[in-house]
Each structure stands twice: as structure tokens, then as C-alpha cells.
Write a protein of this length. Structure first.
Length: 153
């Protein structure tokens, strides 16, 4: 199964930044779009980290197994026989697998947060505070922040 991440387009905002018309927007709108642009940029870094982890895992696997295709491209690849690995090789392999899983979890959480923020914006959030509060209400325990409804404006 191939995985292709499609990030939301901020083309109109980016064009407005380049030609200076972004300054005509209200300050609250600029802050909202800056927040989404920043979140998208961080997500791109997380995506690249995930791809590097996959590449390292594939490089390890290819030392032991010849496999057609790549995980990044969605091919089913053959894993090495873990029973034939030395304990050092097994530790290295588990380290690569663990990092790829961690990278997936981080990327998934970032995608989820950005999705909630975009939905809050589409639902009418006018300020960064409204956007944040709507995101937290939608997922009060999912971002490492414990909140109850009374603490959200």
C-alpha cells in the first residue's frame, strides 16, 4: 500500500505574502494563516524525517534480503529472518523499526492537529484563540494537554 501525503494548499496566502497584499488582511487573519503555514512546514519536516527512517530501515533490510520495490513507494518488501540475525543485528533492526513507528506516530499527530485547526478555521474561527479552543474542544486529551471544558473559553 502506497502512502502519499497531500498537504493543504496555502497558495493564495503565499501569493499574498509575495506581493505584499497580505498586509491588507486583518491582523487576526494573518496570525491564523501564519499558524497554519507554520504547522504545515513542521509537518513537512516530520514527513522528511519519516522518509529518512524508512530509507535507513530499507538499507538495513537489503543487507540480508533482496526485495523488489521500496516501502516508500508502497511495495511489499521482504523483511530479514529475525531468527538468523545476531543479537547486535536484531537490536539494530528493532531500533530502525521503532524509529519508523515513532515517526509515523508523530506525523499522524501533526496531521490530526492541522486537520482540527483547518476545520476550526472553516467553521468560522476568527482569532487564533478561537482556533486553539475549538481544536482543544475537539480533542481535549490528545495533544499532551489536559483540559476540561470549563478551562476553554
Amino acid at each position: 500500500m502506497a502512502v502519499f501525503l497531500v498537504f493543504p494548499s496555502l497558495a493564495p496566502y503565499e501569493a499574498a505574502q509575495r506581493d505584499g497584499t497580505v498586509a491588507l488582511l486583518p491582523a487576526d487573519h494573518i496570525r491564523l494563516y501564519n499558524r497554519l503555514a507554520f504547522a504545515r512546514g513542521v509537518m513537512a519536516i516530520d514527513r522528511d524525517t519519516w522518509f529518512k527512517g524508512i530509507a535507513a530501515l530499507e538499507a538495513f533490510q537489503q543487507r540480508f534480503v533482496v526485495s523488489e520495490g521500496t516501502m516508500e513507494g508502497g511495495a511489499v518488501v521482504t523483511a530479514p529472518d529475525v531468527g538468523s540475525l545476531s543479537s547486535a543485528e536484531l537490536g539494530e533492526y528493532l531500533g530502525h523499526v521503532t524509529l519508523v513507528i515513532q515517526d509515523i506516530n508523530i506525523l499522524s499527530a501533526r496531521l490530526d492537529l492541522l486537520d482540527l485547526e483547518i476545520r476550526a478555521l472553516l467553521a468560522g474561527a476568527r482569532t487564533e484563540n478561537e482556533l486553539l479552543n475549538a481544536s482543544l474542544r475537539a480533542r481535549p486529551h490528545g495533544f499532551g494537554v489536559k483540559v476540561d471544558d470549563s478551562s476553554i473559553n
